[in-house]
Design a protein around this ligand. Structure first.
Ligand code: GDP
Length: 313
């Protein structure tokens, strides 16, 4: 990812470096090149505008460092602004004072939620947590089975009451909720969190249903689940490959369910990077994790500063 954007910016800065002093017109040309590179990488127009505006103001402003030549200063400013639109500081899960910490996953179908649920649970387990996965995606016929496979791979139990069981036991006898929660994602989510509390899982990850496109029913269901389980984190899972559509989708989920963070998936693909560069800015929520493949370990904490350096390298 970002190969083309990275190459374009490198080229832009190479041209800049050949100049001893920068005139206003050099800065303007550089800004124009950056703007086009970002647009070609599918970064959303409002984000591009804000970005180039800040860079321009700062590059032409009074920011002068003795230690850096003018070209280096522009690169430094672009780097800092990139870190800013990628969310600034690194942030991961904010654990609840009173366990269980409840994490809800939301996003479109195919975004990679179920895969991510496995990865995130494995990551938590490796840190000594005792996560539980809850299969509240009852829309897609195979979703529950898929989460069970993912859970098995991660070595993390799955609460799936519509199966009539949770890790091989009868849910009815375990939680008393089994029959009532059958088929109702809100009730399944609530029962899952309740089960986690009783069975002393310190983190519970609720995998919710997605649709191929945003629709009012899906958003209402996600909002109902949110209201029922009062999650500590609502993570928006988004496929980095969807380009420009990322902005509209992210905005809809932000308005519909009030997100707390973003997870980018399929960063191993050849996406141009626009989604990554737009989503934090559009939602006002940090990108916390990146999913980089189909395996349970293809997962990392997202560091805005490292990503910015990668783009500018
Ligand atoms: P969901 O509908 O949101 O639950 O999405 P899934 O977890 O079922 O993922 C949809 C498809 O994308 C599956 O074929 C996954 O194997 C694949 N997938 C998920 N995450 C990644 C990733 O980070 N990289 C790649 N290459 N594929 C992924």
């Amino acid at each position: 990812m970002f190969t083309s954007l990275s190459d374009r910016l490198t080229e832009t800065f190479k041209n800049l470096r050949s100049k001893g002093r920068l005139t206003e017109s050099d800065v303007n040309k550089t800004i124009r090149d950056i703007r086009l590179a970002l647009l070609d990488a599918d970064v959303a127009l409002p984000v591009v505008k804000e970005f180039t505006h800040s860079v321009r103001e700062r590059a032409l402003g009074a920011e002068v460092s003795e230690a850096l030549n003018p070209a280096q200063q522009v690169v430094k400013i672009v780097n800092e602004e990139l870190v800013g639109i990628l969310g600034g500081q690194t942030r991961t899960i904010a654990f609840a004072k009173q366990p269980p910490t409840v994490i809800m996953l939301a996003g479109l179908q195919g975004a990679g939620k179920t895969t991510l649920a496995g990865k995130l649970s494995k990551w938590l387990k490796d840190q000594g947590h005792t996560p539980l996965l809850v299969a509240a995606d009852l829309q897609r016929p195979n979703a529950v089975t898929q989460l069970e496979v993912v859970g098995e791979r991660a070595g993390v139990p799955v609460f799936a009451p519509e199966r009539g069981n949770v890790f091989g036991h009868d849910v009815v006898s375990e939680t008393g909720e089994g029959t009532r929660s059958h088929g109702d994602p809100v009730a399944v989510s609530r029962a899952g969190v309740e089960h986690a509390r009783r069975a002393q899982h310190d983190v519970v990850i609720v995998d919710t249903a997605g649709r191929l496109a945003i629709d009012a029913n899906l958003m209402q269901q996600a909002a109902d689940i949110r209201a029922a389980i009062q999650p500590d984190e609502v993570l928006f899972v988004i496929d980095a490959m969807i380009g420009q559509a990322a902005v509209e989708t992210a905005r809809a989920f932000q308005d519909g369910v009030d997100l707390t963070g973003v997870v980018l998936t399929k960063l191993d693909g050849d996406a141009r990077g626009g989604a990554a560069l737009s989503v934090a800015s559009v939602t006002g929520r940090p990108i916390m994790f990146a999913s980089t493949g189909e395996g349970v370990k293809d997962f990392e904490v997202f560091h805005p500063d490292r990503m910015a350096s990668r783009i500018l390298d």
